[in-house]
Design a protein around this ligand. Structure first.
Ligand SMILES: [Zn+2]
Length: 592
């Protein structure tokens, strides 16, 4: 399956559109006020079964989720694909990045690299950096550690870094995009990081994607990060991954901590498989990022913060990793940095004693209960049941059903029955998106569209042909993109250049699709007619549905009349298609 198809399958059009338009469900459709023109009465429809949308008002146009996002966000197909892929959790292979974009990103990496160099030098070799140097020394960091993490010092100046980088040929707009400078209200820019200890954040390939920065005075926030940029996404970054990757692979285990200092101290003490989620709780994206290195993960959690919610997330990570997640419980109020510095042996022990997240949750919940009483037994099942239900691995699921049965002192089948009751109650309350998407999964491919495109692409002589489809006949955005590019391009290589690389796979498929050897023009004319017919039929059914709904909801006479008029227009055009078709059949007969 191509990434485009994968995105389409995972995205539910009604769900995405409802973020922009207030939708009301009505039968098998949703409707709302059209986001593309101004109106008082809703004429904008979503058809979940077809995963399409249509405006019967002033726009009188429609399409799939890609065309909706492109129109709504004012972006091109590639950008819409990236946006939706991110939403759908589909990762796009980097080879699909257009080369111009790659070049732009390369510049940002280089700007970050130059900034890192600048900050690092100031920390080690400037008088302004002396205070910071003594701070890191007081935290026990060796020169070797400072160098391997490339720690730095950003001076207390509005322009120092900016000037330094401008002199090296970076433009102000590149520095803005990299998040190194901030736009002021007056329209100028100034350095984002001032008077801070700088932690460059590397990706697994060793490229610097952004920065973390700790205030050295009372400035707030105490920790400041680079903003989201084309190369930095905090929620998928892991601090220290560049230095930890080899150890994670080797030990087949990753330890997740929260802070920069936790990682640095761990590494300085030889615990090299430690990375940080940078302040916030671990995200699914971060878990997916380490999955390529190991399936075994341990989360270092503060005893006070290790709530049930964190536990539930832990189970989610288990499902992502398809392996058990362990928790390292830190002494109350201490972070790994403190623990390791006080007693590295103790950290080692905590690692060895780490418990599987579900077992730990069982311990937490039952610690306060008296499991000889029926009330507490029931309570235990109620609290732990939903967590057990989240476990997707059948073997571990069965294991914890048994464990719960033992704890609550009831037969396993009683637990099973309770769990299935919880499950049903859960389902009824908030239907899982996955289930909705499954139920609404439409047919995504459009054989006629593809056949028509394959003919056009493989037979350049058709370009001059009288009968041409219109771009709107193509309901699939990738087909529409290819058709529009084909109209504009003079040859295949320029056509490819016009297209987003994500579409190349589909283009190659069309270029190599096997076609009948003869009567190409004949087949082409027929295909264009079929496309037109399909387009008009689609309009007609959508229009009928709109009309029925309008009547049902008590639409005004004028609105009903307008819809009806549109319906008549469509059927007239359809009639034209049919007469053309029958003419073709007749002339074929005459040839014989
Ligand atoms: Zn509209």
């Amino acid at each position: 399956m191509s990434v485009i198809e994968e995105v389409k399958q995972r995205i539910d059009i009604a769900e995405v559109v409802s973020q922009y338009v207030k939708l009301t469900k009505s039968g098998r459709t949703f409707r709302g006020l059209c986001p593309f023109h101004s109106e008082k009465h809703p004429s904008f429809f979503i058809y979940p079964e077809r995963q399409s949308w249509h405006c019967f008002g002033a726009c009188n146009t429609g399409g799939d989720i890609f065309s909706f996002i492109m129109k709504k966000e004012g972006i091109d197909f590639g950008e819409a694909l990236r946006l939706l892929a991110q939403r759908a959790g589909v990762s796009l292979p980097s080879r699909l990045e257009p080369s111009a974009k790659r070049d732009e990103q390369e510049r940002l990496y280089q700007a970050n690299e130059a900034a890192t160099h600048y900050f690092h030098n100031l920390l080690l070799h400037s008088s302004a950096g002396e205070k910071t140097q003594s701070y890191v020394a007081s935290r026990g960091l060796s020169l070797e550690t400072i160098t391997s993490f490339q720690l730095g010092f950003s001076p207390n100046s509005w322009e120092a870094l900016k000037q330094y980088l401008l002199e090296r040929g970076y433009t102000e707009s590149e520095l803005l995009t990299a998040g190194l400078v901030i736009e002021t209200e007056a329209g100028g820019t100034h350095d984002r990081f001032r008077n801070r200890l700088m932690f460059p954040i590397y990706d697994i390939k060793g490229r610097i994607t952004g920065f973390g920065a700790r205030a050295l005075d009372d400035s707030l926030p105490k920790y400041l990060n680079s903003p989201q940029t084309p190369i930095f996404d905090k929620s998928s970054s892991l601090y220290g991954i560049n230095l930890a990757a080899a150890a994670i692979r080797q030990q087949n285990m990753v330890v997740m901590v929260e802070g920069y200092m936790d990682v640095i101290t761990a590494h300085q003490n030889g615990f090299n498989n430690v990375v940080a989620s940078m302040g916030t709780s671990v995200t699914e994206k971060q878990v997916s990022a380490v999955k390529r290195l190991t399936k075994n993960m341990a989360l270092a959690l503060d005893a006070d913060a290790a709530g049930e919610e964190a536990m539930l997330r832990g189970v989610g990570y288990e499902n992502t990793l398809d392996a058990e997640v362990k928790v390292i419980i830190l002494p109350s109020g201490k972070d790994p940095d403190d623990v390791i510095k006080e007693d590295a042996k103790m950290w080692q022990n905590l690692l060895e004693e780490a418990l599987p997240v579900v077992d730990y949750t069982f311990d937490m919940v039952t610690a306060k209960l008296d499991l000889t009483t029926a009330g507490d037994q029931r309570f235990a099942v109620e609290r732990l049941g939903p967590i057990v239900l989240e476990i997707k691995d059948p073997v571990r699921y069965a294991h914890y059903v048994q464990k719960l049965a033992r704890l609550a002192k009831v037969p396993e089948r009683t637990i099973e029955a309770t769990l299935s009751k919880i499950k049903t109650a859960h389902r009824a309350k908030e239907p899982k998106l996955e289930a909705i998407a499954q139920a609404l999964r439409p047919v995504f491919s459009s054989p006629v569209e593809e056949y028509c495109l394959a003919l056009l692409l493989q037979h350049p002589e058709l370009k001059g042909y009288r009968q041409q489809p219109s771009a709107e006949y193509f309901q699939n955005s990738e087909n529409r993109e290819i058709f529009i590019a084909w109209q504009q391009a003079s040859d295949l290589s320029s056509l490819k250049g016009e297209l987003d690389p994500a579409i190349w796979e589909h283009l190659d498929y069309l270029l190599t699709k096997s076609l009948p050897p003869n009567q190409i023009e004949e087949k082409y004319t027929g295909t264009v007619l079929r496309l037109r017919e399909g387009f008009l039929r689609g309009l007609a059914t959508k229009g009928e549905a709109a009309l029925a709904l309008e009547a049902e909801l008590g639409g005004t006479a004028a609105e009903l009349a307008k819809l009806e008029e549109q319906g008549i227009e469509i059927s007239l055009q359809l009639g034209e298609v049919f007469s053309q078709k029958s003419r073709r059949v007749r002339s074929k007969g005459a040839e014989k």
